[in-house]
Ligand binder design. Structure first.
Ligand SMILES: Cc1cc2nc3c(=O)[nH]c(=O)nc-3n(C[C@H](O)[C@H](O)[C@H](O)COP(=O)(O)O)c2cc1C
Length: 204
């Protein structure tokens, strides 16, 4: 039988593992936590999509995701900012479900400054994401298919660039083990500063 990890029966170590996985997700493209499934509410219907985890702020317990400010998810968040992010690491057998409130920061320069001109191409499409077209298209100008825009050309994309900040309310943990699964809930209590985290085991 597989040896059990130190966090198996320890809520503090479980929280440490969550923080470690989210941090690694930001930095390591190969980590399963580099991607998350962001779920929003479209009128009354849930809608999910894969997005990249761009930042985890441990001091504020917030996540950052980048997107086109004209995309459907942004419109949905503007009318209902309750969101959920789902992560799963198949090797570690760990799932985490984050619920929180999203805040949109349009044309957020500090995050834009960290992008390469190659990545900024995605924000150069003339039509908004999801627009129906007759011919298949990347959306951005043809000349950027093989060539990166220069600084002057790429800055055009800033007006379409947005950071989705997820202010975390709760993190639900699930660890699968043949000896018995472990499930826990961490609630971020923001009424007092610095915030506190309420930790509880749950039946899996
Ligand atoms: C691996 C992968 C990573 C993605 N990363 C992002 C991302 O970081 N931000 C984003 O807006 N869309 C990303 N997408 C595209 C979204 O999944 C989605 O198709 C698109 O944003 C339109 O979603 P919406 O119409 O619901 O807004 C990614 C897709 C895949 C497959």
């Amino acid at each position: 039988m597989k040896e059990l990890p130190k966090f198996y029966n320890n809520l503090d170590l479980t929280l440490q593992e969550i923080e470690y996985l989210l941090n690694r997700g930001v930095k390591d493209r190969k980590s399963s936590f580099h991607y998350t499934m962001l779920c929003t509410i479209n009128n009354k219907t849930p809608e999910s999509r894969t997005v990249i985890l761009r930042n985890f702020n441990k001091d504020k317990f917030e996540l950052n995701i980048h997107s086109d400010s004209r995309s459907g998810k942004i419109t949905q968040i503007e009318s209902n900012n309750n969101v959920s992010c789902l992560f799963y690491d198949d090797k570690k057998k760990i799932q985490i479900r984050i619920n929180g409130l999203a805040k949109i920061e349009k044309s957020y320069q500090p995050s834009w400054d960290k992008l390469t001109n190659w990545s900024r191409r995605c924000y150069l499409s003339e039509h908004k994401p999801g627009t129906e077209v007759v011919k298949p298209s990347s959306g951005f100008p043809e000349k950027f298919v093989n060539e990166s825009p220069n600084d002057e050309e790429s800055i055009e994309g800033l007006k379409n660039f947005a950071v989705i900040k997820v202010i975390i309310d709760s993190v639900e943990w699930l660890y699968l083990a043949s000896q018995g699964h472990r499930r826990a809930i961490f609630k971020i209590k923001r009424k007092s500063l610095p915030f506190s985290i309420d930790k509880k085991w749950l039946i899996p």
